[in-house]
Design a protein around this ligand. Sequence first.
Ligand code: ZN
Length: 232
Amino acid sequence: MSNKAVIVFSGGQDSTTCLIHALTHYDEIHCITFDYGQRHRAEIEVAQQLAKELGVTVHKTMDVSLLNELAISSLTRDNIPVPTINSSGESLPSTFVPGRNILFLTLASIYAYQVQARTVITGVCETDFSGYPDCRDDFVKALNKALELGMDYQLTLDTPLMWLNKAETWALADYHQRLEFIRDQTLTCYNGIKGNGCSNCDACNLRAKGLNEYLNNKDRVTHSLKAKLNLN
Ligand code: ZN
């Protein structure tokens, strides 16, 4: 059996960095992009183009539009504003889509079962987005256990970015000599603008802050990245 992994792939900074990292570890990579009627259709095209350019084995776009019917969020409805830099409060942001990662990781794991892959990679991260409960380590570990029991199949949900901050995620891209590529080709912006984005939404703000921090402290950030991921 070849060394295979399945990646939940959105074409954003985090999942693309996971993909670049995984390309050095696996012979065969299957990317899955979920189409849940996100209001920025560009996301799907960006993901397709990136997967092609990076040379993955298979790129699959899966229709999960039923999520859009069930879960109302600013990522799926044009009339709900996306959060901007000063709007974050204590409650969950309007971009939260309840159950999204439960569904995505479950579907990706069913796919992994079909192609006999033992690893499902996801770019979720507890450090920067702890507001999303289904990005937390506790949740991922619990779901991993449930999936193994429910399918009677040994499987690892791998979360390489879980304990990295955004600056360290940039350092990981740079470690693989792909910093410019990630900066220019990925789409993270809540307003659907590729590359540096709208520079006004929460996602753009987080991304730009992390990049500045990395560029101003390359040695320190690279050092902590290597320690966390056990890199040479
Ligand atoms: Zn933006």
